[in-house]
Design a protein around this ligand. Structure first.
Ligand SMILES: Cc1cc2nc3c(=O)[nH]c(=O)nc-3n(C[C@H](O)[C@H](O)[C@H](O)COP(=O)(O)OP(=O)(O)OC[C@H]3O[C@@H](n4cnc5c(N)ncnc54)[C@H](O)[C@@H]3O)c2cc1C
Length: 423
């Protein structure tokens, strides 16, 4: 099936989660299998059109104008092999689709904070998950990738493409499916401690110090969130500037390990406890509605206490626009190279800092003000947590960037494929 701008389904098929600069393609192929992906790519080649791909639209950085949009949302089957502890996931599968398929076997994927995100694109961009410090990047645990390259041919990724697609994003072809490894994690200990920053300004420093002491079984993050006073927000948090300490702990020592955080005092809300992995979206509890937003991320070698302490002033309720700062601790297994090398870089980074803002006029000014104090500690950027307009040389080291751009030239010399982060 092919949709045109006059088809009644056109808007539903082109609009995803990110509503800023949505796709405005000439035609849309809402594909349901790999053969339809091949047909869509061949149509674009025959008519000399550009191609964009969209699963859920969480990673859109700027829509295609004209050309062909391959919409993969309905191409989303997940097939689990419980003996090998792997899953074959199709192009449009979200992490929710994957978790629901793997949970009956007590197995979990290396999914992230929000289950509505597309599993394929997340993994192509590295994939920083809920158990990242224990197991590494999602891209470190991929067994096989199948894709349709820009000559219209469906193929298994050869060693070059297998290296490039795991971390290099959607620059090398339309991925039709991927075999990923699964882990024996039926349940975890986790959730969020929501502290009112007005009552507990020490939470940032206590969390920073605590992260220096924790084992790899702990993956933790903190979001600084100015919450509006509206009914959609839980009553205990309404109108407050919150430090949300997000916790994922594997093993039996969870309560003991978080004792220093509990010593901060009474949180305004506490969702920490035993949790089936399939319900892991409760940990970050991110909003599940399409939005217009902008993100900018830096990877840093350390958290400087002074710069950390100034974040609530720069990005809090007094900031020119409402924004969220999200800090994730890295390290652990993220520092280790996978058995088969891939394009993920800056493994020595210790923390990731991301600013999420509404994407309006004052955006770049705000990004500069909030992230500038981190300049000296910045070692790079994470592909997945950045909106458009970044220099991809910041995401990769020089050798990786050169090899990626050479492979891009080899596999898509006409630059037909319009990835969200274009190499
Ligand atoms: C609320 C939220 C939470 C997030 N949490 C995390 C997290 O915990 N960890 C993390 O690492 N990232 C996270 N991300 C970032 C997310 O992984 C990236 O934005 C990712 O690109 C989104 O993929 P998608 O399929 O959902 O989005 P889409 O917008 O559908 O896809 C993004 C891009 O991927 C490419 N693409 C999609 N499908 C294919 C395909 N089949 N073949 C080739 N290229 C393709 C296209 O270039 C497309 O523009 C989060 C994002 C949001 C908005």
């Amino acid at each position: 099936m092919m949709l045109t701008t006059t088809s009644p389904e056109y808007d539903d098929a082109r609009l995803g989660y990110q509503r800023r600069n949505p796709h405005r393609p000439e035609v849309i192929f809402p594909v349901t299998d790999a053969t339809e992906v091949e047909e869509a790519v061949r149509y674009a080649i025959d008519h000399d059109k550009k191609i964009a791909v969209q699963a859920s639209g969480h990673g859109l950085t700027g829509g295609i104008d004209g050309g062909v949009l391959i919409a993969t949302a309905a191409f989303n089957q997940v097939t689990v092999d419980p003996d090998r502890k792997t899953a074959w996931i199709e192009a449009g599968a979200t992490w929710r689709d994957v978790m629901e398929a793997t949970a009956p076997y007590g197995l979990a994927p290396l999914s992230g904070s929000f289950p509505g995100v597309g599993a394929i694109s997340y993994t192509l961009g590295g994939g920083l998950g809920l158990m990242a410090r224990r197991f590494g990047y999602a891209a470190d645990h991929v067994r096989r990738i199948e894709l349709v390259t820009m000559d219209g041919i469906r193929r298994d990724a050869d060693p070059d493409l297998f290296w490039a697609t795991r971390g290099g994003g959607g620059n090398f072809g339309v991925v039709t499916g991927m075999e990923i490894e699964l882990f024996d994690v039926p349940t975890l200990y986790g959730g969020s401690l929501y502290f009112d920053l007005a009552e507990h300004p020490d939470v940032l420093e206590v969390w920073r110090e605590w992260t220096k002491t924790v084992p790899d079984e702990v993956t933790t993050a903190m979001a600084l969130v100015p919450l509006p006073d509206i009914p959609a927000v839980p009553p205990a948090l309404r109108g407050k500037y919150i430090a949300q300490v997000q916790l994922v702990i594997l093993g039996d020592d969870g309560e003991e390990l978080i004792r220093p955080l509990r010593a901060i005092g009474q949180p305004a809300m506490d969702t920490v406890g035993e949790l089936p992995y399939v319900e892991s979206e409760k940990i970050f509890a991110e909003p599940d509605r399409p939005d217009s937003f902008s993100t900018r991320n830096v990877l840093v070698s350390d958290l400087d206490p002074t710069s950390l302490a100034t974040l609530p002033k720069l990005a809090g309720p007094e900031a020119p626009t409402r924004c969220v700062v999200a800090i994730r601790q890295l390290g652990g297994a993220l520092t280790r190279e996978p058995a088969v090398a891939n394009a993920v870089c800056h493994r020595d980074a210790a923390y990731s800092i991301t600013l999420i803002s509404p994407g309006g006029d004052g955006d770049s000014e705000l990004q500069n003000a909030v992230l500038e104090p981190w300049h000296e500690l910045t070692v790079g950027r994470l592909l997945n947590f950045n909106g458009g307009g970044i220099d991809l040389r910041d995401v990769y080291d020089e050798g990786t960037f050169t090899r990626l751009t050479e492979l891009r030239e080899q596999y898509d010399p006409e630059r037909r494929l319009q990835a969200n982060h274009q190499l």
